[in-house]
Write a protein that binds this ligand. Sequence first.
Ligand code: MRU
Length: 361
Amino acid sequence: MRISGTAYRTIWPLPSGAVRVIDQSRLPFEFVTLDLASLEDAAHAIRTMVVRGAPLIGATAAYGLALALRADASDERIAEAARALRATRPTAVNLAWALERVRRSIAAVPVAARAAAAFAEAGRICDEDVEQCRAIGLHGAKIIRETAAKARRRVNVLTHCNAGWLACVDWGTALAPIYAAHDAGIAVHVWVDETRPRNQGASLTAFELGAHGVPHTVIVDNLGGHLMQHGEVDLVIVGSDRTTGAGDVCNKVGTYLKALAARDNGVPFYAALPVSTIDWSLADGRAIEIEARDALEVTHVTGRTDAGVIERVRVVPEASAALNLAFDVTPGRLVTGIITERGVCAASRAGLLQLYPERAA
Ligand code: MRU
C-alpha cells in the first residue's frame, strides 16, 4: 500500500542481509522503519509489537529464523532459534506455521546453504501472503457489493483491532475487502473499534484507512452494539489469529462481544483469514492458548500530548489489579462466513473442507 505516494510492504529484506520493518509502535504519529539484523532483533520486534498481526508475525518469524542461521546453521541452532521465536507470542498460529515451513524447506539443504534457503523461503511466504490477501479482498468485496446493491446507499462495515495491510505483508485480511470495494468505486464507510488496551484500531486501522482515503470513524469499543441496534452497521468483518478446523475464530479480545451483538441484531459477521491462520489440529476454540500480556497495557495508555510529546499515563488506581488477556474466541455458530483466499465458506469443518478438500485426510 502507499504512504505519501510510496508503495510499501510491512517487511522486506535489504541487500545488507538485514530485514526492514515498519515500526508500528510509533504509529500513527511517526512513520519510521527499523532494521532487524539478528534473531534477537526479530524476537524483540515480535514480542514488543513493533510488528504485530498474525500474518506479519509469521513473516517476521520466518525472517528471524533466516537471520539466526547466518552465523550458525546447525540443526541445534535451528531448533534453538525456532524455540526462541515461538516463545514470543503464543496465540497467532501463523508464527508456528511459518517456522515449520522454513524448517521443512531447509531440512535437506547443506548447512552452508541453509541461511540463503531460509531467506528465500521467507520471501516466498511474504509473496504468497500478499497474493492470498489480494484474493481475500476480491472475495470479500463481492459481499460488500451485494450489500451495497440491496441497501442502495453507503455500506457501513465495523471492524475490530487492526487486520489491515499493517497486520500482514500487504493488503490485509479484514480490510482487504474494504480496500477492494473502495477502489472499485463502492461507497463504504468503516466503524473502527479503538481496541483497548493497545488501541490498534485507533492508531493503526485509522492510520491506514486514512492513508488510502477510505471514510472511517473511530468509536469506543462498546459503541458497536448500540450502532447495530440502530441499523448503522451493515456488516462486521474481523481478522483472526487462529481459526480452528471447525471454524471457531480466535481474534483480538472483544471480538466475541461484537459477534454476540451482531447475532442479536441480525448483522452478518465475517472473519477474513488466509489458510496459514487455520489450525487444523484443533476442533474446539477453547483449546487455543490465549496470550496474557503485561497488566501495564491496561493500567496505562500511551498517546501524544498537545505539545507533541509521546507519553504514557496511568488511568487505573495504583492499588487495583488488572488482567490483560489479549484474545478471545468466537464460536463458529456466531460467524456468518469465513472469507479466505479460496472463497467464502461456512464457519464449520464441513465449510472449511469445501474450500480445502485436501485437508479431509
Ligand atoms: O495483538 P495483535 O495486534 O497482534 O492482534 C492482531 C489481531 O488481533 C488481528 O485482528 C489478527 O492478527 C488478524 S491480522 C490480519
